[in-house]
Design a protein around this ligand. Structure first.
Ligand code: AGP
Length: 593
């Protein structure tokens, strides 16, 4: 909702700051019109408002009283009001409503104190002192005109990663920020500070103890993967990457002895065997992937699986034992709600396995085992390829647990993996044959005020995902229900021309779902049906329009059923003139609670 930069170079009296409300393009245009000075270091920020409305003043960076120090900040500083009052009594004035300005003024004060004490500036020390005084979640980056060759960062609960270049170094919330310049990255752990210059990176804890050997890794995708590459939008590109996302997530999972492999396992076989319950924690789309996992894992492994929104789980005293496996699903690996829930689960003695799309992110780092979804970077706010990759990974996990616990025969596991390997081809078929019909349906329904998505069995979480996509990017009210639930209340919403999207891809429940569709039609609903090839003729008798997906094992069907729904939301949003990649009010990675 706003963006800004601060630049520092030798000889500057004050940090050069420029910030603008609105899209990043506003800031870019402003700087092109009125260029900023050359600099040796810089910090830049895009804001998602937490404290104070999105305007030029509240945008980051914020500066110290004398303008010599500037900071940018992600997170929420919970003791900002008290710190602000303390500073106000000392005569400090504030121009913005943000917690970040409080931290900036305080950092200026600490920096001056250090100069008084030692005779020279020490931004690294000042940032560490500041970090020890702040409560809440933060990643802070700071620059000081008196040390124009360094940037200093500190993190507590919010993400921060270093990019290691040649004669230049970078800091970002995510590797995507610098992958165009370097693929070598360094992890910054919880409660660590880092000082970066063109040729040096020093990491310490908040007390100043140097971390001798910070972990480094190489990013396994190219900058081009995070570019539009000829597509009109990232969302369209990423929907078309659904087949590859599934394929890559399955790659190399089966070794020569027929055993399934996860990426990182710090749980011993004995503990895995002892698991008697699974709780999936996740938010949004990732939670719907968890709901799909429940159906498959309970069927294959015969242990109960609960799915819980991470922000609810954390605060309700869930029953956790060392025999509970908590599965944290997250595309970004930085969702604060999921991270906090994961920490809670580990504190209670449960093991945590992460299903994550981002190498080196906080969630996989803090988990006992990791299964990466190799979907490649997902840029559009609406999750698409990550969802199909997440359910694929959840299937792999289910089969892995079945293998460890001996709940399925080896050939049965291998056979199911084989069916999974056929999914990319089937998804491609949906994209190739159904897109035109989806687009026409979307154009016909573009003015609808409200949608009702119905599904049964594994179709229910897919219905939830279809409804979320539509809300998120097309700003249309949409709800999802298990089709059988309609008669218990929501059917009263149906009137002439209400739009119903009915998912009937679970073969054994086709007739029951059609009975529900007839009930809706009898009350005037307009129905878009989704079914498998075998029922293509049947569904035409009930639905006004229909979309077809190939038939698969019933538990694997969600990977196919969701594809036309992703495309449907995309085309409705497009026809309504919405920004499909960056919907209003949303951030790709939600790093606040
Ligand atoms: C999906 O379209 C949403 N943008 C959102 O619900 C997302 O899935 C959720 O915030 C969880 O994100 P994560 O997978 O990065 O943890």
């Amino acid at each position: 909702d706003s963006a800004g930069v601060a630049l520092t170079a030798p000889g500057m009296e004050r940090v050069a700051v420029r910030k603008k409300a609105g899209r990043l393009a506003n800031l870019v245009q402003d700087i092109e019109r009125d260029p900023m000075p050359d600099a040796t270091v810089g910090i830049g920020h895009t804001r998602w408002a937490t404290n104070g409305v999105p305007n030029d003043t509240n945008a980051h960076p914020h500066t110290s009283r004398d303008g010599k120090v500037a900071i940018i900040h992600n997170g929420i500083i919970e003791n900002a009001s008290q710190l602000r009052l303390d500073l106000q009594t000392e005569g400090y004035r504030f121009v913005s409503e943000t917690d970040t300005e409080v931290a900036a003024k305080l950092l200026g004060k600490i920096s001056d104190k250090i100069i008084e004490e030692t005779g020279k500036p020490d931004l690294f020390k000042a940032v560490r002192r500041l970090a020890r005084m702040l409560e809440g979640a933060f990643t802070i980056l700071a620059t000081d005109v008196r040390q124009p060759d360094i940037v200093v960062g500190a993190r507590h609960d919010s993400p921060l990663v270093v990019g290691l270049g040649e004669g230049e170094n970078f800091l970002g919330s995510d590797v995507a920020a610098f992958v165009a310049y370097t693929k070598r990255a360094m992890e910054i752990d919880q409660d660590q500070a880092v000082m970066v210059s063109a040729d040096k990176v020093v990491v310490s804890d908040f007390m100043g103890n140097i971390v001798p050997d910070p972990k480094t890794y190489t990013v396994d995708w190219d900058a081009s993967a995070a570019e539009k590459g000829g597509w009109d939008s990232f969302m369209d590109k990423e929907i078309h990457e659904d087949p590859a996302a599934v394929q890559r997530t399955l790659l190399g999972r089966l070794d020569e002895n027929g055993n399934i492999n996860l990426d990182e396992v710090r749980i011993d076989e004995h503990d895995f065997k002892a698991i008697d319950k699974i709780i999936v924690i996740a938010c949004g789309t990732a939670a719907y992937a968890g709901m799909v996992a429940k159906y498959a894992i309970e069927h294959w492994v015969r242990i109960p699986v609960e799915v819980e929104l991470a922000h609810e789980f954390r605060y309700r005293d869930p029953i956790l034992t060392p025999r509970t496996l908590v599965v944290a699903i997250s595309q970004s690996g930085e969702t604060m709600d999921t991270l906090m829930a994961l920490r809670h689960a580990r504190e209670q003695g449960s093991k945590v396995l992460a299903i994550c799309n981002t190498q080196g992110a906080s969630i996989p780092r803090e988990s006992d085992a990791v299964l990466y979804t190799h979907a490649g970077p997902e840029v559009a706010v609406a999750s698409t390829k990550a969802f199909v990759a997440q359910i694929t990974a959840a299937y792999v996990l289910g089969l892995y647990l079945a293998q460890v616990k001996g709940a399925m025969y080896r050939d049965e596991i291998a056979q199911t993996l084989e069916s999974l390997k056929d999914m990319p081809r089937k998804i491609q078929w949906v994209l190739d044959t159904q897109t035109k019909t989806v687009q026409e349906a979307a154009e016909q329904m573009v003015d609808a005020k409200s949608f009702l998505f119905l599904g049964r069995h594994v179709g229910y979480p897919v219905a939830m995902e279809g409804a979320l996509k539509l809300k998120e990017i097309a700003y249309v009210h949409s709800e999802a229900y298990p089709a059988g639930e309609l008669k218990h209340g929501p059917i009263s919403l149906i009137e002439e021309e209400t739009l119903v999207v009915a998912l009937a891809t679970v073969e054994k429940l086709f007739d029951k779902t059609m009975a529900n569709v007839r009930e809706d039609k009898a009350r005037g609903a307009h129905v878009l049906g989704v079914t498998t090839e075998d029922f293509a003729g049947e569904i035409e008798k009930y639905a006004d329009r229909s979309l077809i997906v190939p038939k698969a094992h019933p538990l694997l069907q969600p990977s196919l059923t969701v594809i036309p729904l992703q495309a449907f939301a995309y085309y409705i949003a497009l026809a309504r003139g919405c920004d499909v990649d960056m919907p209003r009010n949303l951030a790709k990675s939600v790093t606040v609670e």
